[in-house]
Design a binder for this molecule. Structure first.
Ligand code: ADP
Ligand code: MG
Length: 397
């Protein structure tokens, strides 16, 4: 089975007195007054930053924020992040309005006793294009490169891959934890291992379905993605979202699951709506009787009961993707019930995916999980068994 890559960590280096360039993911949501509305990504990087400070190193932090498309955008400056970081760390944080160049170098020298936060990396086109010149300019700011931005690990950018050509490079604590927890799901999950998949598109999930067919005992499905599965079983789904072009791939995944003795379950009943609207008319119908003009927007109560019984028997659970349109309370019951059920299971409980994370926070259940991944796309890519370029680029142990 696929092993988590053996990459160097910060503990493998003597960092006293060193300038440590750290790629973090501070791509946080801001409100219209540019206040950070969710600081969980900042908090997730704190253990690495604190360790560097304790060891007498100077953390030089860099991140992207939003999509400035290669030029400076006032509303996407890192200032609000610096403010929040200062409150959380309770040490001096120096925010620089540039990310490379002589003025940045001088400011780092002048503030050797402070944490430095560079300007939004994506103000430079060289970041996303992974241009060697930009990577080299970043590398000149530090003696060691630490990557703690798991959420961008599936992207080969100057600050994640390019920079590793010029500096000794290792994982931060968050990166290490993510790879360890997600890697354990692929390697030696305690059985029964139940995978709960929902969300919008089956095409986003087929890779992990394929990967988990080899490992899991049962794959439970819901959300929009289950309708393509139901359709490929030969049933009608009314106006529910489906991806017609994915039916052959889904059918072959179902065949493979059958061959391997893995159950892929679809809901028995749905909350259907007469239009895609938060105040649409709704009713509960069995899976095989979705009216032609209606669409499934949540799993029904029978399904919740059946799924919860299975979830409770698990020793390992991985959940990605809401069970319905949870953003609308009329169609959020299924997601909430499943989230509660997973929370109370006596198992290792791992959650991945931006919307699943948002749902958990909405129900205040995020602390009930063993681990909530900070990387939606990166986590899914990793669980598909694919290599993450930013991890591959780090120094081997
Ligand atoms: P995650 O971000 O956790 O990986 P996805 O992005 O795959 O999850 O899916 C989340 C989205 O799926 C949500 O915006 C939700 O409204 C939508 N969704 C869930 N169920 C349905 C459904 N039955 N019909 C349409 N959209 C759905
Ligand atoms: Mg999403």
């Amino acid at each position: 089975m696929l092993k988590a890559p053996l990459k160097k960590t910060i503990r493998d280096f003597d960092i006293r007195g060193k300038r440590v360039l750290v790629r973090v993911d501070f791509n946080v949501p801001l409100d219209k007054d540019r206040n950070v509305t969710d600081d969980s990504r900042i908090k997730a990087a704190i253990p690495t930053i604190k360790y560097l400070l304790e060891q007498g190193a100077q953390p030089i932090l860099m991140s992207h924020l939003g999509r400035p498309k290669g030029k400076a955008v006032e509303s996407l400056r890192m200032m609000p992040v610096a403010k929040r970081l200062k409150e959380l760390l309770k040490v001096r944080v120096v925010y620089l309005k540039e990310s490379v160049g002589p003025r940045v170098k001088a400011a780092i020298e002048k503030n050797r006793d402070a944490v430095v936060l560079l300007e939004n990396l994506r103000f430079h086109p060289g970041e996303r294009e992974n241009l060697p010149d930009f990577a080299k300019q970043l590398a000149e700011l530090g003696d060691l490169f630490v990557n703690d931005a798991f959420a961008t690990a599936h992207r080969a950018h100057a600050s994640t891959v390019g920079v590793t050509s010029y500096l000794p490079s290792c994982m931060g604590f968050l990166m290490e934890k993510e790879l360890e927890v997600l890697g354990a799901l692929l390697e030696e999950p305690e059985k029964p291992f139940i995978v709960v998949l929902g969300g919008n598109k089956v095409s986003d999930k087929l890779g992990v379905i394929d990967s988990f067919i080899d490992i899991a005992d049962t794959i439970i499905t819901g959300g929009g993605m289950c309708f393509t599965i139901i359709k490929s079983m030969g049933l009608e789904v009314g106006q529910s979202v489906i991806e017609e072009d994915q039916i052959p791939q889904v059918a072959s995944a179902l065949k493979k699951a059958k061959r391997k003795g893995v159950r892929i379950l679809v809901p028995n009943d749905f909350v259907v709506a007469d239009r895609f609207d938060k105040s649409a008319n709704k009713k509960i119908v069995p899976c095989e009787s979705i009216p032609q003009d209606w669409m499934g927007l949540d799993i029904g109560p029978m399904t919740v009961e059946k799924y919860c019984t299975i979830i409770k028997s698990a020793k390992t659970i991985f959940w990605n993707g809401p069970m319905g349109v949870f953003e609308w309370s009329a169609f959020g019951k299924g997601t909430k019930a499943i989230a509660e059920c997973i929370s109370s299971a006596n198992a290792t409980k791992v959650v991945g995916g931006g919307d699943s994370d948002a749902a958990l926070r909405q129900y205040k259940l995020e602390n009930k999980m063993t681990f909530v991944s900070t990387g939606g796309g990166a986590a899914m890519r990793f669980l598909e068994g694919k290599k993450l370029p930013a991890v591959e680029a780090l120094d081997e142990k």
